[in-house]
Design a protein around this ligand. Structure first.
Ligand SMILES: Cc1cc2nc3c(=O)[nH]c(=O)nc-3n(C[C@H](O)[C@H](O)[C@H](O)COP(=O)(O)OP(=O)(O)OC[C@H]3O[C@@H](n4cnc5c(N)ncnc54)[C@H](O)[C@@H]3O)c2cc1C
Length: 394
């Protein structure tokens, strides 16, 4: 197996690297998903600059604003964005898995309506899948869409909807045939968040930031063109969307973890305790090398998924393995950072005693959420056991 990138891919890597250095906000802290208002604005401005280069969604077809990049070129791009902590949180959902769903299942009209505004950096999308009683068991969702003439009328509520308060559009799963077996009576909708009857209510996360929402739909009337794919085909589309979500979430995250480790190594080199560098401490060295090995393993898991995509092979199991391993690895990295930084590691970025801009404090609070979002570790293990290993349903 040859892991080297081609000359063209390496040249693109340099170009992306230089672009990020030039265009990144000057005092950028590399915060997670740009949740605070000022960070969000800076992130949106950065995405606008990406769009001017045609780089919002490199793998998409040119006619929708992409550059038809190969999976390997897309990987190079993701690695650089992740390593430099580029502020692209606002497009992760639209580019990573919502756009691909529209590309695969949308009509020409839907593709023309929805894809160019994403690559132009104009429109933010959110994902309305989870409900208060349908998270891991997503197919139990109760949100209803009922046909009324040419329209659909939607009633129900969604929970943990990231960025709903900043989104113009939402992908929504709703039950359209309550009499059918639960996986077979669901449809997939594209809903304009300005439609009357939609209420977005904030949910504050444990980092004390407004990122999630609960979204209520009360007699929300959408046109027939809001249906993506066929009526009652929603589960099938959602499954593909979730595969994309799992693999797209981790590609940049592994490089971001590598950057976190590199910064930690630098910190240990520079920090002296009783006259000796932290890096001379065998326990610290051991922890750092363990993380270096884990990150390297995670990187090759991503490469495996990418090489499958390049061969156009289905990669549902590998996406689950990749998501499971890498999100749990990120928790171990956050723990390692917090342990090495000691009590300083727990300080908020605004403290005058803060170390490394409070990044490990923040990732400590966020890493665990990534283990749950996109399907928890237990659910990934169930997928690997049943679909990958052929074990019986537990
Ligand atoms: C950061 C983050 C962002 C998110 N963003 C979105 C979003 O934008 N849109 C959206 O729709 N949703 C979003 N979610 C919701 C996410 O998809 C759900 O939290 C997740 O699917 C788990 O569902 P739940 O919270 O209802 O937990 P539950 O399903 O109630 O699970 C509770 C616990 O039971 C375990 N469990 C459940 N069923 C099984 C089983 N069959 N076998 C073994 N263990 C099981 C779970 O692993 C978990 O530990 C987000 C979540 C997070 C953390």
């Amino acid at each position: 197996m040859d892991f080297r990138f081609t000359a063209e891919e390496e040249a693109f890597r340099q170009e992306v690297r230089e672009f990020i250095r030039r265009e990144m906000p000057p005092d950028w802290e590399g915060v997670f998903l740009e949740e605070e208002e000022e960070d969000w604005k800076q992130g949106r401005a950065f995405v606008k600059k990406l769009s001017q280069k045609g780089w919002v969604a490199p793998a998409w077809p040119k006619e929708y604003g992409g550059m038809e990049a190969s999976p390997a070129l897309q990987l190079v791009y993701n690695e650089e964005m992740g390593y430099h902590r580029a502020p692209i949180g606002s497009i992760i959902q639209a580019v990573g898995y919502i756009g691909p769903a529209i590309l695969f299942f949308g009509t020409e009209e839907q593709k023309n309506q929805h894809l160019p505004p994403i690559t132009a950096g104009e429109i933010v999308w959110c994902q309305g899948f989870s409900e208060p009683e349908a998270g891991s068991d997503l197919a139990s969702l109760k949100c209803r869409a009922v046909k009324d003439g040419d329209d659909w009328v939607i009633n129900g509520d969604k929970i943990w909807t990231s960025n709903a308060h900043r989104s113009e559009w939402c992908i929504l799963l709703a039950r359209t045939d309550p009499a059918a077996p639960k996986h077979k009576g669901i449809s997939f909708f594209l809903v304009d968040m300005q439609t009357p009857g939609i209420t977005v209510q904030p949910t504050i996360n444990m980092a004390n930031v407004h990122s999630f929402n609960q979204v209520f739909f009360e007699d929300v009337r959408v046109p027939s063109s809001a249906l993506l794919g066929q009526e009652n085909q929603g589960w099938y589309i959602a499954a593909m969307t979730l595969d994309y979500e799992r693999s797209s979430l981790v590609a940049a995250a592994v490089s971001m973890a590598k950057r976190g480790l590199d910064d930690l190594v630098e910190y240990c080199k520079e920090t002296k305790v009783n006259g000796r560098s932290l890096l001379d401490n065998p326990l610290v060295r051991h922890k750092l090398s363990e993380m270096a090995i884990e990150i390297e393993v995670g990187k090759y898991m991503v490469y495996r998924v990418v090489s499958q995509q390049a061969r156009k092979e289905p990669g549902s199991i590998e996406a689950a393995v990749c998501k499971l391993y890498n999100t749990e690895m990120d928790v171990r990295l956050a723990n390692t950072g917090i342990q090495i930084l000691g009590l300083y590691g727990q300080l908020h970025k605004d403290s005058k005693w803060v170390r490394m801009m409070g990044r490990f404090q923040k990732s400590y609070l966020y890493a665990i959420a990534m283990v749950i979002g996109g399907g928890s570790s237990e659910i990934q293990r169930n997928i690997i056991a049943m679909r990958g290993l052929g074990l019986p349903r537990g």
